[in-house]
Design a protein around this ligand. Structure first.
Ligand code: HEM
Length: 364
């Protein structure tokens, strides 16, 4: 059906999306440098800030914006504003500590959002997401005081995995799961959250525990998630289900690496575990939810198009090349080709999302 009237754009929301988009583009540029390849922008600082730019500047800003919109209070928008500004400051010539400080302020504001949400709705999904927010605060505080990214990486993983697990838990109810489904997912989430500080203090015990926590969470979510049924439907439900199920598979890969290999702070295992989580799980989930969440944020439809399957498939195929061929067998060429493929897949989806959103505007 054609849209008869121009859908109103949330201007403030659009403004808050811009820093997230810039963080993504700068993070992708930095990714090329980390792969040892030429990049459009060559700044010394970029590789150093790639991780936090992606996790807090891009994904963190998006999630905080979505939560702020759901809460509907002006003050709530300080969380995405600070996270977005923190990402931009990391890219500025100012000392890195300025951006780190503003990112910490952003995660604190994001935590405060959950205090407000909890007052409205005291439910398990909110508690799981709030645990994720606590880990975001922990991760950004550790980075500010000088802890290196490989050491604090479990906090970043815990933040995004628990945030998404909480979202999925909220949607479990749609499928009328058995009464024990919610306690099972909550217990696995708690186990994962507890393993994060343990990994910081006693890595030899903590990392295998993190692996077990991730695997337990994957099993619980796959068991009860409606995605397994949605995959048999068509259109958007099938696209989202495919993105979610492949995302869970990558989370299982990350959990298995941590369980078997233990602490990994550099080299192929480090690259594999982080990007199995962040690209395989998190970005796949972002793609799965984009056609629902972007319209809620921007107040403008983003109709599903079968073409969206192309970047989704490309993301997973090139990630398999990077991790299962490149990292697993020590092939730098496969890591580089796969990595560039990951970047093109992300850009391809971004292009489709921007085009789809603008097209509804033009038609309006
Ligand atoms: C889109 C394609 C991407 C490519 C090609 C890429 C590439 C890389 C490379 C080559 C490294 C260095 C790995 C090592 O030291 O062994 C790295 C580190 C990292 N990446 Fe990515 N990345 C991408 C996307 C992402 C995304 C979307 C996130 C998070 C949402 C992310 C988070 C991280 C983190 C946290 C680190 C560790 C940084 C550090 O140790 O300072 N990456 N990435």
């Amino acid at each position: 059906m054609e849209i008869a009237q121009r859908a109103p754009v949330g201007t403030r929301r659009l403004v808050l999306l811009v820093p997230a988009g810039l963080a993504l583009l700068a993070g992708l540029d930095a990714a090329l440098l980390l792969l040892g390849l030429p990049a459009p922008v060559q700044a010394d600082r970029l590789p150093q800030v790639h991780g936090l730019l992606m996790v807090l500047g891009f994904v963190g800003t998006l999630i905080a914006l979505e939560r702020a919109v759901a809460l509907g209070r002006g003050a709530a928008f300080s969380a995405p504003a600070l996270l977005g500004a923190g990402g931009l400051l990391l890219l500025s010539p100012l000392p890195v500590t300025v951006g780190q400080g503003v990112q910490l302020a952003g995660t604190l504001a994001y935590g405060a959002l959950y205090v407000a949400i909890w007052r409205r709705q005291q439910a398990a999904p909110v508690a799981v997401q709030a645990l994720g927010a606590v880990l975001a605060v922990g991760g950004s505080a550790l980075w500010l005081v000088g802890v290196d990214v490989p050491t604090l990486a479990p906090f970043l993983v815990g933040f995004l995995v628990l945030t998404i697990a909480g979202e999925r838990l909220e949607l479990l109810r749609v499928g009328f799961p058995p009464a024990h489904a919610e306690p099972v997912v909550v217990t696995a989430s708690l186990a994962l959250a507890c393993a994060v500080p343990v990994a910081l203090l006693w890595p030899a015990v903590g990392y295998p525990a993190l692996g077990l926590g991730l695997l337990a969470l994957v099993i619980a979510l796959v068991r009860y998630d409606v995605a397994r049924r949605m995959v048999r439907a068509g259109g958007l439900p099938r696209f989202s289900a495919l993105a979610m199920l492949t995302g869970y598979a990558w989370l299982a890969v990350a959990g298995s690496i941590w369980l078997v290999v233990g602490p990994v702070a550099s080299g192929p295992g480090y690259d594999a575990v982080l990007h199995a989580v962040f690209l395989g799980f998190v970005l796949s989930m972002v793609m799965a939810h984009a056609p629902v969440i972007l319209p809620a944020v921007l107040r403008r439809p983003l109709p599903y198009r079968p073409a969206m399957l192309v970047p989704l498939a490309a993301l997973h195929v090139t990630l398999a090349l990077r991790i299962l061929v490149g990292d697993a067998h020590g092939s730098t060429a496969a890591v580089q080709v796969g990595g560039v493929g990951n970047i093109l897949a992300v850009l391809g989806f971004l292009g489709l999302a921007v085009h789809g959103t603008l097209r509804t505007k033009a038609r309006a």
